[in-house]
Every structure is written in structure tokens, then in C-alpha cells.
Design a protein around this ligand. Structure first.
Ligand code: IFM
Length: 443
């Protein structure tokens, strides 16, 4: 069957600064929480470090060549806060600004729309020492950072994203899985509360500047389903995972206002409620121009084996089985439960391969093509149902630093050679380029 997408559908690829740029201490950049976390023995798989990553700090032209070869209409990347304002709140670093100006100029020259995230997990370490997201002062630090970005890059960015996957902050402050590596749930809940305030204030600021570009946020949804519907334990596990430790923590305050009943009860039972001041919920719930959905998988929860499934990794929710068809249900949930009426982008989607010495099989990534077809089939159906999805960004342009999984998890359409830094197109890159040219694919 042929799956054709609407005219003007935006096909893109996504990356993030900390995962591709490298050069953590060059031209004025200072450490982020990830630079410090990765230096702690045992935190990162195989002891991998993000110091070089894809060397994009020195290879911007090469990155853009790959975007051109794919024919993407948009590139999603992120600004590194410690490159723009190295200590988080002091002097602006002109070399950092120049780097992103160059990237944006190259994108414009090649008619590629810029989709840029303000925060994709790389908090300046200097701010972490002052409490990081747990310190309510972060709202003014972040708003100033947002102002520097908007004043320097404003309408050169077509789509502004305030935060990518706020759940990373939960993983980093409550579960110890991500930087900064803390496991203090009460503190983490305050961090998330403050993060949502940062988002709200940045959107307010954006509106005051009357820019022509658009602004939104990216929240990943790994929806959990009970393995045995009706079974109390499975249902409770799925409810907890969705509402108290998953997407509900964000979508409720962003789109419905306030915290859900399930989360409020959970806060009370565990004595971990954040400090909520008057007006906070109003600040968080700003009208947005679009919502970015990062979708990787649907998850089936079976209380009998739940413990076994918990594992640290690149993305700690990765599981061997794929439920790509769940994307359709997730998109319906966004519309029906969270009443999201604004355009939606699939701002990330992809699947990892495990690194190995056999280059040939890494390049012959038919599994990635099959997985992506599964996702796009569900997306096609959701669009036919009337869900307003305007674009899709594949994660990722090239293999890169996959957080705690290091370089072992390869998500790229392009293979990255860790020794030579060469980038080689995989089979999926050719397939994706054809899909973009034809605006559809044969299923
Ligand atoms: O690599 C990450 C990215 O930084 C955020 N979303 C999930 C990707 C794959 O795990």
C-alpha cells in the first residue's frame, strides 16, 4: 500500500548540542552537568565521553551537506546554554553566538527551516552548584538565557522549543540515571515545577518580542498500557507510570492547568509536593503555537515482571519489543484527553542499533526502515483520523553520544566512525531521502 503525506508536510531530522558538538571547553564554553557527570567513573557505558562526539563544532558544513543529501525541509538542533552563557547567568560568549549564527546562515542558504531547542539537558554546571533547577532563581536565569537567544537569533529560527523532554530532569534529579546524578524525589519535584515556570516565562517573553516565528515545547510520551487490562496491579503500575512519573506530569499543567488528581494524591501520600505559589499554574499554561511529540514506543506493563524491565541505558525506557502502532492512540489521547488543538510535530522518533565491529551490517539497517515504516503507518492513519500533525523529525541525523549508553547505541541515518569521524550514509538514509522526495512511501 502507498502512504502519501499531506502537501507541505515537514520532513526533518533532529540532533542535540551535547550529543554532537564536542569541543566542551573551546572558545569560552564551560562545563555542563553532563560534562561533569560523564567524568565520574561508572556513570557512562564503556566509559565513553562526549568530548568529541560528532565534532560538529568543527564540522558544521559537513552536517549541512548531510541535511542537503537527505533533502530535509527542516533541521532540529539545540543551543548549548554553556556555550552561549558559559556560567549560566553572566557574560554572553560571542564565539558561542557566532557558531549558531553560522549554522543558521547555512540553513537559510539551503532553504532548511530551523527548529531550535533552548534546553536539551546541558545545564551549565556553575548553575547546578547553586541548586540547578531546584533553585527557583532558575526562572530568572533561564528567562535571561531565553532573551539572549531570542535577541540574537529571533526570526532566523522558524520553530522555537523551550524544553526538550523535561522528564530528563526527573531522571537526573529523582532517579540518579542522568546528570546531575541525584536521587532525591522531593528535590526533583521542585525542579520540575521550576522548569515548567521557566517554560512559561520564556513563552511570555517570546510573545512580548512579537516575533514572527513560532514557539512550543517538546514532551515525550511513552504511554504505558496494562498487560492484563482490568488487573489491579497492572492498571496501578500503568497509571503511576503515566500520571506520576511520565508525560502526565507535564501535559496536565501545560494544557489542562495544574497537576492531575493522581499526581496531587501521589505528592500528598509521599510528602513530596513542590512549593506552589499563587499564579504558578497560570504561568505554566501559556498558549503555544505547536506541540512537539517525541515518540519512540508504547510500553506494556506487567506488574509480575516490572522490576526486570527496569534498566539504565540511553533512554531508560527502551525495551526490546516495539509497539509503533501505539502512536495513533497517543495522538488521539493528546487531542481528546489533553485537548491539544494546536499543530503537532513528531519532533523525534527513531530506533537504536547496538555498536559492533561489523560495519556492513550496521550500514544495512533494514530494521530501522521497518521500524520507521511502522511509526509512519500509524502516523498516516492518525492524520486520516483528523489529527493535525504537520511534520516528522527522525532521530537522528547521525550516530551520536547517547547519554548514559555512550556511543554503543547508534540512532543515526548516517554512521559515524569513532576513530576517523567519517560519516557514512546507512541504507535508511537513502530510504528516508526517497520518502522525502516522494512525500510518501510504499508499505
Ligand atoms: O538521544 C535521545 C535524545 O536526546 C532525546 N530523546 C530520545 C533520544 C534517544 O534516546
Amino acid at each position: 500500500m502507498r502512504y502519501q503525506f499531506p502537501d507541505n508536510f515537514i520532513w526533518g531530522v533532529a540532533t542535540a548540542a551535547a550529543q554532537i558538538e564536542g569541543a566542551p571547553f573551546e572558545d569560552g564554553r564551560q562545563a555542563s552537568i553532563w560534562d561533569v557527570f560523564c567524568a565520574i567513573p561508572g556513570k557512562i557505558n564503556r566509559g565513553d565521553r562526549p568530548d568529541v562526539a560528532c565534532d560538529s563544532y568543527h564540522r558544521l558544513e559537513k552536517d549541512v551537506e548531510m541535511l542537503k543529501a537527505l533533502g530535509v525541509r527542516s533541521y532540529r538542533f539545540s543551543f548549548a546554554w554553556p556555550r552561549i552563557i558559559p556560567d549560566g547567568k553572566g557574560e554572553v560568549n560571542p564565539q558561542g553566538v557566532a557558531y549558531y549564527k553560522k549554522l543558521l546562515a547555512l540553513l537559510k542558504e539551503n532553504d532548511i527551516k530551523a527548529n531550535a531547542t533552548m534546553y536539551h539537558w546541558d545545564l551549565p554546571y556553575a548553575l547546578q552548584i547553586q541548586g540547578g533547577f531546584g533553585n527557583r532563581e532558575i526562572v530568572s536565569w533561564f528567562t535571561r538565557y531565553a532573551e539572549v537567544l531570542l535577541d540574537n537569533f529571533g526570526d532566523d529560527v522558524d520553530y522555537w522549543v523551550t524544553f526538550n523532554e523535561p522528564i530528563s530532569v526527573y531522571a537526573g534529579y529523582a532517579q540518579g540515571l542522568f546528570a546531575p546524578g541525584l536521587a532525591d524525589e522531593k528535590y526533583a519535584r521542585q525542579c520540575l515545577h521550576n522548569l515548567l515556570l521557566c517554560h512559561g516565562e520564556a513563552v511570555r517573553l517570546f510573545r512580548r518580542k512579537r516575533l514572527k516565528s513560532k514557539i512550543g515545547i517538546v514532551v515525550d510520551v511513552w504511554k504505558h498500557y496494562p498487560a492484563r487490562p482490568g488487573n489491579q496491579d497492572d492498571e496501578a503500575l500503568a497509571l503511576y507510570s503515566n500520571e506520576c512519573a511520565g508525560y502526565g506530569m507535564f501535559l496536565h499543567p501545560l494544557f489542562l492547568g495544574g497537576y492531575s488528581e493522581a499526581l496531587t494524591d501521589y505528592f500528598r501520600e509521599h510528602g513530596i509536593a513542590p512549593e506552589i505559589r499563587e499564579g504558578d499554574f497560570e504561568t505554566m499554561r501559556q498558549p503555544l503555537d505547536f506541540y512537539g511529540l517525541n515518540f519512540y514506543n508504547g510500553l506494556i506493563d506487567d506488574a509480575r515482571v516490572a522490576e526486570e524491565k527496569k534498566k539504565a541505558g540511553g533512554n531508560f525506557q527502551d525495551r526490546p519489543e516495539n509497539h509503533t502502532e501505539k502512536l495513533r492512540d497517543v495522538l488521539h489521547m493528546l487531542k481528546e484527553k489533553y485537548r491539544i488543538q494546536i499543530p503537532i510535530f513528531i519532533s523525534e522518533n527513531g530506533v537504536p542499533q547496538t555498536d559492533g565491529p561489523d560495519l556492513e551490517s550496521l550500514l544495512d539497517d533494514q530494521e530501522r526502515i521497518d521500524y520507521t515504516k511502522g511509526v509512519l503507518t500509524a502516523l498516516h492513519a492518525a492524520i486520516a483520523d483528523g489529527i493535525d500533525v504537520r511534520g516528522y523529525y527522525h532521530w537522528s541525523l547521525m550516530d551520536n553520544f547517547e547519554w548514559t549508553a555512550g556511543y554503543e547505541a547508534r540512532y543515526g541515518l548516517y554512521y559515524r566512525d569513532y576513530q576517523t569521524l567519517e560519516r557514512i550514509p546507512k541504507k535508511s538514509a537513502g530510504w528516508y531521502a526517497q520518502l522525502i522526495r516522494e512525500n510518501g512511501f510504499e508499505g
